[in-house]
Ligand binder design. Structure first.
Ligand code: NAD
Ligand code: MG
Length: 383
């Protein structure tokens, strides 16, 4: 039996992961489950999966979690320190599925155990960049991408020498506003933004998908996971979300990974790696889908991928600034404080006024992240 910890167990990725774990009785010992503030749901999951540790990030909910777990021997922890403690408990596989830079410290703690980490929490890698990849190297951890595009690329690279890669192309659905005019985008509401045509996801990544910041963050994520150089990384819009990404080799061969747009497919490949496991999904029916189409991204309506590429080129702390500004802007948009097109404009403004030195350790990354948030909040108040 292998042990598993899920950071962000109550979220969309957490639920998909637990769905697969539930279907493999006897295969997994659930070590730790964590959540932000939904103590009742966390306790329910911890009881169902007989977790050893349950962590609620919001300390104010710890008493509620303890009460909900009374009569069990599940250890209840709270706060940022509790998240790190649980992540450091040393599961054979840790699924990092917290949303945002809030997941960085526990993800790093899991990496430091030198085991396998399935990374969904792209913001952590975007912010920490080399600090995280250096830790993976130093502690001998295995970082497996959960993000569908990166998981696809990982599969397309298997058995090949990265030196032979000509290009890596990330596919993007284009999100719910793919065909909207700039005028329409200006008036886009949070309810419209979180309604993704192909994927069922948490609110933050749904907004990122609508702005294309998701693809921007993924470009930076790919830059760190697959070091073939930024100039070899491409983005293409593919509305059907069937081809999850592709790798082109020097001989002109392109390998692509296809599958249903359900995160249980990439999650299953991480759970079973290097083996394969069953998923409850119907087989891909290409005849029913009929057509797969592709088009170039439009960076006039969706400047996010341009900003992300520039941030990756600049390197150092700049991707962390981009990420933090985007997190604040998305929260502001969801709260009705700023309009949809202000998200990218705000990120660009923060990037133009705050360019700190490259972080060399985790506390540096947290400092950059915190300071960038201050700038972004100031900008939001001015808006
Ligand atoms: P979600 O909002 O559904 O879930 C987020 C989880 O993190 C929840 O368990 C929540 O309780 C926890 N959390 C939120 N804020 C926290 C905080 N401050 N401290 C501690 N825990 C906190 O999000 P999601 O859609 O599952 O996405 C999770 C991550 O996976 C994101 O980084 C996202 O970009 C990435 N991802 C998601 C999908 C998808 O289909 N949902 C696909 C690819 C990548
Ligand atoms: Mg993705």
């Amino acid at each position: 039996m292998r042990s598993i910890s899920i950071l962000g167990a109550t979220g969309s990725i957490g639920a998909s992961t637990l769905d697969l774990v539930r279907r493999q009785p006897g295969e997994w010992r659930v070590l730790a489950l964590t959540a932000h503030s939904n103590a009742a749901e966390l306790a329910r999951l911890a009881r169902e999966f007989r977790a050893e540790i349950a962590v609620i990030a919001d300390e104010a909910k710890l008493a509620e979690l303890r009460a909900a777990l009374s009569g069990t021997n599940i250890q209840a922890l709270g706060g940022a320190a509790g998240l790190v403690e649980a992540a450091a408990a040393g599961a054979d596989l840790t699924v990092a599925a917290i949303v945002g830079c809030a997941g960085l410290a526990p993800t790093m703690a899991a990496i430091e155990q030198g085991k396998v980490v399935g990374l969904a929490n792209k913001e952590a890698l975007v912010s920490a960049g080399e600090v995280m990849t250096a830790a993976v190297e130093k502690y001998g951890a295995t970082l497996l991408p959960v993000d569908s595009e990166h998981n696809a690329i990982f599969q397309c690279l298997a058995g090949n020498d990265p030196a032979h890669v000509r290009t890596i192309t990330l596919t993007a659905s284009g999100g719910p506003f793919r065909d909207w005019s700039l005028d329409q985008l200006t008036a886009a509401t949070p309810a419209q933004a979180v309604k993704h045509p192909n994927w069922d996801m948490g609110a933050k990544i749904s907004v990122d998908s609508a702005t294309m910041f998701n693809k921007g963050l993924e470009l930076i994520e790919a830059f760190h996971l697959f070091p073939v150089g930024l100039d070899r990384l491409r983005i293409i819009v593919h509305p059907q979300s069937v081809v999850h990404s592709m790798v082109e080799y020097r001989d002109g061969s392109t390998l692509a990974q296809l599958g249903p747009s359900d995160m249980r497919v990439p999650i299953a490949s991480v759970l079973a790696w290097p083996q394969r496991m069953d998923t409850p999904l119907p087989p891909l029916d290409l005849a029913a889908i009929g057509e797969l189409t592709f088009r170039a991204p439009d960076e006039t309506r969706f400047p996010a991928t341009r900003l992300a590429r520039q941030a990756a080129e600049a390197g150092g702390a700049i991707p962390a600034v981009l990420n933090a500004a985007n997190e604040v802007a998305v929260a502001g948009f969801l709260a009705g404080q700023i309009g949809f097109t202000r998200i990218a404009a705000m990120v660009e403004d923060v990037l133009s006024r705050y360019a700190p030195a490259a972080p060399s350790c985790l506390p540096d990354v947290h400092a950059v992240d915190a300071e960038a948030r201050v700038h972004a909040r100031e900008m939001m108040e001015l808006a």
